[in-house]
Structures are given as C-alpha cells and as structure tokens.
Ligand binder design. Structure first.
Ligand code: SF4
Length: 651
C-alpha cells in the first residue's frame, strides 16, 4: 500500500522504508534527519503502511502543540489516498472548559483534575448540585454528529475544542470516546511516559500495549524528560503550603505526640542544615540517609515508625482531598504530597537515584533519577517504536540511554539542503573553559571584542548563543551593549512564553536592518523556533555549551561511566554537541537559506569528526566573503535558470 501523498524528495523513501521495515519486524528505529526532511509524513506513512496490515494503532508523541497540529495536517493529506482516522489529545488544562475558565483549577495535576471531573460527572448523573453543565450537554448531544465531524475533518485539538465550545459540550470527554475509533493518536509525551496516564490512555484505546506502535518526535528531549518524570522534589514553598493546609484542616497527631507541623518544622530545619553543609554553588550531594537520620534523631523514632508517620500523612491528606472535592475545590492535599515525598525518599532505589540539595531562591531536596530508562522501559513492550530528531548523534548514546535493545536500527539521513549554504567557522584563541578563564579572565574581554567587531561589521540578523544566562550576564555587566552599534534583543530566564515570543517577533521584524538577539544555547530559542530566510543569517556560539560540572552532572557522568564505560562521551560531549547543533540548525530551515556560524572557542575542533568546522584568522573578512560567494552562486544559478528557460522558449 503506497500512502505517501507527495512527490517524494531526496531521502524520504529511504526513511519510509527504514521505518516500515522496523515496524514490520516488531523492532525499534532511531533516525536522525534534519529540518525540512519531512520526518512527520515519513514516520506516519512508514508506520501506517506496516501497522494497517496488522490493525495496530499508532501513538505519535510530541513535545509541543504545534507538532501535534503538523501530525494531523499530514494525516489529512494521507486521507486523500486512504481513509485513516486520527485524533489528538491534550490534558484537561487545555481542553476542559471548566478548567480553562478557572485559574485555580488550571494549576491542577492530571490526577487532581481527573478526580474533580469524576466527582462532577457523578453529580451530573445523579442530578445533584455542583455537576458539570458541559458534561450534561455532551451526553444529550447525538454522538454520530460529533463522530461525522471528527472523521471527515480530522481537526487539530484546538479546532476540536473550538467546535465543542460553540456547542457548549466537553471536548475531553468526546476525545475519549473517539480515540477507540482512531488508528493514529497524537499526544504529549506524558501520555506514554507517565505510568498512570499511560494506563488510562491504553484503557481508552482498547488495545494492549503490545499492539501499539509508538513514534517519539523531537526524541533528543526524551532522556532528560525521562529523568525528570522519575525525579521528586520538596521545596521550602512546598513546606509552607503544608503548614497552611494544616492550619486550615487541623494539625493532627500522626503518631503519638507527633503532629504534621512537628515533621514540617524538622524537615525545614534539615533543609537549612543541608544548605549550610552540602550546597556548593548550584547544588550538592546529600548523604543518602541524612534527612531520615535527622528526623529519627529529632523524634527518637526508628525508620519503621518514620515510614508509618509518612503513610499516616498520606491517609490524612486523602481525607483532605475528599473534603475539598465535596465542596468543588481542586482535590489537592499538600499534606498528602509531603507524606508521599517522605515515603518515596526513604525508600529510594540507590542504584538509580542520588539525593541533592538544590540552592537558589527557594532551596529544595531533590531525589534525582539518573536513568531515563526507568521511564522509557514500556517502549520495550510495544509492537515497535520510532525515534526521530534533527540532532540525535551519537545515535548509540541515545539508544543506550533510553534502554533500547542493541539490535535497534540506527539511521542518519543527510540534509537535503545544499551543503555550501552553511559554513561554520571557529576562533582558536578564545575559550570558555573554566580553568582557562579562571587563570586568565581577560579571555572574556577578548571574546567580547570579537563579538562587538562581528556584530558591528556584519549587518545581518544575528543570534548570539551564550552557554548560560550567567555568562550572558557577565558580558552585559561588562557593558557590551554600549559597544554594539545595533539593536540588541535579549532572552531572559524568567520571561513568560508570551514575552519571549514578543521579543523574537521584534527581532525578526528588524531583519531589514540586521538586529541582534542574545539567547542561551539549549534554551527555548535555540530548541524550538524557526528563523527562515533573512530572519537569521548569522549565529555566534559563545563557548562550547558543555553542561556545568554540578553535583548532579558529575553523578550522571559517574553513572554512565559505570553502566556503559562512556561517561564523558554520553553525558558531556554528546549533549554539548547537540546543543551546539540545535543552535546552528536555526540558520538553515529551507533550501534557499544561507547562513554562517562562528564558534568562539578553540575546543570546536574537538567536534571535527562530527561536523565540518573551519579555523579563521580574520573572522569578519571570512564571514563577509562567505556571503559574497553565496550571492555570486545564487546569481549564477539565476542566470543558468534564465538561460535554460530562454533556450527552451526559443527551441
Ligand atoms: S466533564 Fe468535561 S467539562 Fe466537565 S469537568 Fe470533566 S473534563 Fe471538564
């Protein structure tokens, strides 16, 4: 069955075939393929051509809503050749009309919103006060009407929400009903990698996990995502919320003579002690039994009694949740969460976790999971899985990190864009290497001089990627803005998404004058935004974005060294390379785009086995010459095309 709806471009049939074979063989495939190679359509076609034969379903996991829209758009194209129904799902935060209208509810976790929704539906069915009018309207609306709309239009989640809003019905409930009829479901990562959400989804899909083909888009995010999903935190702010809840609902004794607030107070005390004793810069390792021993000593308890105290808090928290639910409040209990944290913390698996004290304005304890394969293991139970990204190299590292089998197919599809349209230079007398900068702080001034000279001489839209916000701040404090004679826009750490997008829009609008944007490698701009054509023509990479050697990072390196014997390669070099390539990748988004990148760090040559980098002694001259050559190249191409056209017309 040929489902490909377009004239295939270079590399696309190879990608489809690789995916189709992997799915047919119930295997796994990891594909690196750059922007503009049509990964979404290739993955859909490859998976569907194989899975339709066996009536398997395809779960397409994305990181952003825009990627979900793209999946459904491509599915509509496939439908012009063959009927395949698909639907997108998002959490209640963005689909439940009640939650969308109530800022308090919007902060609810999926579990809390699910409990709230169940209670409201029960009240609706039993005709009690406090039900849900959207649910009532939904059960009164003929399902056929909705089904016909969804099947014929294959709307995006946003379009489906609008459609339901106009009718006063609940999109979330209807998507649940429609999912069973869908061959393709697109959902955020959480729908597969968070255990209880996955179980719920599988229930709705009505198919065992062994019959599911999973596609992971932007897969370079998955290792960090997997670690985050399995990690736990307790912040000072969290302790304050426990205190407030105990004030409202009662500070009961959870053991004889030991109240909730007694435990809060001692945990807070231990947090301060950990800050004083173990925090170095950003974070610090806390001895495995530090908190438990502190509490056992303070309350003269043994570990069994302490664990019992944590469970008692969970039981009390459960009652509070019920009481909140009864009065229509978000069924959240901070006391429950506190008890659950302590219980998990005491029983943490030392093989996979470290315990950290994390500094900053609100210090916290963190149980950090070193191994993402704890979250990604269910992939091994699926019929097949497909992992795609523009920056996944080294593919073996990705495969090992998320625990895919050694016979996983690994494939790199070369970029279809002309190679000569991008050139990467590096300057070899500067670096952000910690030891060198400490020994000779003037290196930073020298980098500043390069930066100013390039920005003032090359009047093209330029993004300057710093390895961290703190290093960016150092340049700003040194007065770099006063020396750059062009408009500079700045990404900041605490910007909301709206503020960030406004900043990026202003930067793009100034393209005619060549403006500058200061951003951070590995941040929101370098990972997720497109700058086609003249919106971005020059990327300056200030230093290699190696991860900072925090306690967390050092533990990760040690863990990978022990597990694979490749700690440095997997946890330092590979992430730095990906971050650099992600940033540089913003330059070329179409086959007409032309862009230069300059890495201001002599260590760039360490990556010459992966990407072609050119040393430069006169960086401004080399950049200008590159643009001049590309301009001539484009003119020659235009003349050749014009001549070809004329001779065709004459002939
Ligand atoms: S039924 Fe729908 S609208 Fe009502 S609470 Fe549940 S998700 Fe929200």
């Amino acid at each position: 069955m040929d489902l490909f709806p377009y004239v295939p471009r270079k590399g696309q049939l190879e990608m489809v075939e690789g995916i189709r074979n992997a799915v047919r063989n119930r295997g796994h495939i990891v594909i690196e393929s750059g922007t503009g190679t049509g990964k979404t359509i290739c993955a859909l076609v490859g998976c569907l051509e194989a899975s339709l034969e066996k009536s398997n379903k395809v779960l397409y996991l994305t990181r952003t809503n825009a990627q979900q829209q793209q999946v459904l758009k491509e599915l509509r194209e496939i439908n012009k050749r063959h009927r395949v129904f698909g639907i997108g799902i998002q959490g209640r935060q963005s689909t439940c009309p009640l939650v969308r209208r109530d800022p308090d509810l919007r902060s609810g976790t999926p579990e809390e919103l699910s409990k709230l929704c169940s209670e409201k539906k029960r009240r609706t069915v039993e005709e009690l006060e406090g039900g849900c009018k959207f649910y009532e309207a939904t059960i009164e609306t003929p399902f056929d009407e909705i089904e016909n709309y969804a099947m014929s239009e294959i709307p995006s989640v946003e379009e489906f929400v609008d459609y339901c809003d106009r009718r006063g019905i609940c999109p979330y409930e209807l998507i649940k009903e429609l999912i069973v009829k869908a061959t393709v479901v697109t959902a955020p990562y959480a729908y597969f990698f968070v255990g209880y959400i996955r179980e719920t989804l599988l229930d709705w899909i009505s198919q065992p996990i062994s019959e599911l083909v999973v596609i992971v888009d932007e897969a370079h995010n998955l290792p960090d995502y997997g670690r985050d999903v399995k990690s736990i935190h307790l912040t000072e702010r969290g302790l304050q919320l426990v205190q407030r809840e105990a004030d409202e609902f009662g500070n009961i004794d959870i053991l004889d003579g030991l109240s909730v607030l007694d435990v809060v107070s001692e945990v807070d005390h231990a947090l301060q002690m950990a800050v004083d004793e173990y925090l170095l810069d950003e974070d610090g390792l806390v001895p495995m039994r530090f908190l438990e021993e502190h509490l056992m000593h303070a309350f003269t308890l043994n570990s069994r009694m302490l664990e019992l105290a944590s469970r008692q808090m969970m039981i009390y928290g459960e009652l509070i949740r019920e009481r909140k639910k009864e009065v229509g409040r978000l069924p959240r209990s901070y006391i429950y969460n506190f008890g659950a944290f302590l219980n998990f913390w005491m029983n943490i698996d030392e093989q996979y976790y470290i315990k950290l004290i994390v500094g900053g304005e609100a210090p916290s304890f963190e149980g950090y999971c070193l191994d993402p394969s704890l979250a990604t293991a269910p992939l091994l139970d699926c019929a097949a899985s497909v992992h795609m990204s523009g920056t996944l190299s080294p593919l073996v590292e990705y495969r090992d990190s998320i625990g895919l089998p050694v016979d996983t197919t690994l494939k790199s599809i070369p970029s279809p864009f002309p190679k000569k349209n991008r050139k990467i230079f590096f300057i070899d007398d500067v670096t952000t290497k910690y030891d060198d900068v400490t020994r000779d702080p003037e290196i930073i001034d020298k980098m500043g001089d390069y930066l100013v000279n390039i920005c003032n001489a090359v009047k093209r839209n330029t993004v300057v990627f710093f390895p961290s916000f703190s290093l960016m701040q150092r340049f700003l404090s040194n007065g770099i803005l006063q020396r750059i004679k062009r408009k500079v826009h700045i990404e900041s750490r605490d910007m909301s998404q709206t503020e960030l997008m406004e900043t990026v829009t202003r930067f793009k609008e100034d393209a005619a004058h060549g403006s500058i944007l200061f951003a951070v490698a590995g941040g929101r701009i370098s990972e997720g935004l497109d700058f086609p054509d003249r919106e971005l023509e020059l990327a300056l990479i200030i230093g290699i974005p190696y991860p900072k050697p925090t306690a967390r990072q050092r533990s990760l390196l040690h863990y990978y060294e022990m597990k694979f014997g490749r700690g440095w390669e997997y946890t330092v070099r590979a992430p730095a390379y990906r971050r650099m390539l992600q940033a540089i990748g913003r330059l070329i988004r179409t086959e007409r785009d032309v862009g230069a990148a300059v890495i201001l760090d002599r260590r760039a040559k360490q990556f010459s086995d992966r990407v072609e980098v050119f040393p430069t002694k006169d960086v401004v001259e080399d950049i200008l010459q590159f643009y001049e050559e590309r301009k001539k190249g484009a003119n020659t191409l235009k003349v050749e095309q014009e001549n070809a056209k004329n001779s065709y017309m004459d002939g």
